[in-house]
Ligand binder design. Structure first.
Ligand SMILES: [Zn+2]
Length: 328
């Protein structure tokens, strides 16, 4: 931690950072009395159901969309790279690969095209190649056995292989008996949610910790209450971390009870029910450090979040790509 720090923005990136005493001159100066840190990245959203401007105003400058129709979401992702876009940088999976009639093809929240049905191993590989050409940032696969059929083991293996060939990560929605084990066995690298439908065995948790990371999304299991699902998920995630597994922050922002922007309760759950330190939670919430050449995406808080994480709700400044969104 540094006191009296200056960050110089240059073309949307950090062009200089260090002690204010040594700072080079700048065209325009903004002074902020607060705790400066990288802005927050949310690794699980459905931005089409949210207000991108509100997300950015709330301190989240980058999001990863994990299932939306290709015709809409890839255009939004492209648009989000322009300085005129009033919202966070969007990286998108595109539609979620699923079995015919599988989740989310029949779910109320998902417009037609949110799920992409695969018909056999070759069809699954072709779907991955098509998404890769369109600019997919990750391949999402639906293993939701509670809501319908799921891709076969052969289709799943084909998805993982094709994604590997395209240098794309695979993230799975694993829900229902045995689905986490299927994802693990197939070489899926990430779970899009902390598993909540069953307590995972020690051996599965230990194997997962070596090859997978988990996107938290704890608050959708509780919305501020204590529920059986939250208890199961917290237990799984705590053991996953103890085994050395990596956790990133994600909220499943859509149109439910999750507010746009930094979701303080998600951060507090990681601390309070998973036992992460404030520093670990903050590390899971950012895409990188404040360093030379990094995107000039940062926030300032009114208090020190390393002392009290709820300082994340006390935003004083939001900057995306060198543009001051809050606090000008
Ligand atoms: Zn989702």
């Amino acid at each position: 931690m540094l006191d009296r720090v200056t960050v110089v923005f240059d073309g949307g990136k950090i062009g200089w950072i260090g002690s204010t005493r040594l700072a080079p001159p700048a065209d325009e100066v903004i002074q902020v009395d607060g705790f400066l840190m990288p802005a927050v990245a949310d690794r699980h959203v459905h931005i089409g159901l949210a207000d991108p401007a509100a997300v950015l105003l709330g301190g989240v400058t980058a999001v990863r969309d994990l299932a939306w129709p290709a015709d809409v979401i890839f255009g939004m992702a492209d648009a989000s790279e322009l300085p005129t876009f009033n919202g966070p940088l969007i990286r998108a999976a595109g539609p979620m690969l699923t079995a015919p009639g599988g989740y989310p093809t029949a779910d109320g929240w998902a417009p037609a095209g949110t799920g992409l049905e695969v018909h056999g191993a070759e069809s699954a590989a072709e779907a991955v190649r098509t998404l890769a050409r369109r600019g997919s940032a990750a391949i999402k696969v639906s293993l939701n056995a509670d809501a319908g059929p799921t891709p076969s083991d052969a289709e799943l293996a084909s998805v993982v292989q094709a994604a590997q060939d395209a240098h794309l990560p695979v993230t799975a929605h694993a829900q229902g008996s045995g689905q986490v084990e299927r994802a693990l066995g197939a070489g899926v690298g990430e779970l899009a949610h902390t598993p909540w439908t069953e307590r995972l065995s020690e051996s599965v948790v230990e194997a997962m910790a070596k090859t997978m990371r988990i996107v938290s999304t704890l608050d959708i299991l509780s919305y501020g209450r204590v529920t059986g699902e939250l208890r199961v998920a917290a237990d799984n995630l705590t053991r996953f971390r103890a085994a050395g597994g990596s956790v990133v922050y994600g909220t499943e922002l859509s149109n439910g009870e999750i507010p746009p922007g930094i979701h303080v309760r998600e951060a507090l759950l990681l601390q309070e029910v998973v036992g992460m330190t404030q520093e670990e939670v903050l590390g899971a919430m950012v895409a990188g450090g404040l360093e030379l050449g990094a995107p000039a995406d940062l926030i300032a808080l009114g208090r020190n979040p390393l002392e009290e994480l709820d300082a994340l709700g006390d935003l004083r400044l939001v900057v995306r790509a060198g543009r001051v969104v809050v606090g000008a």
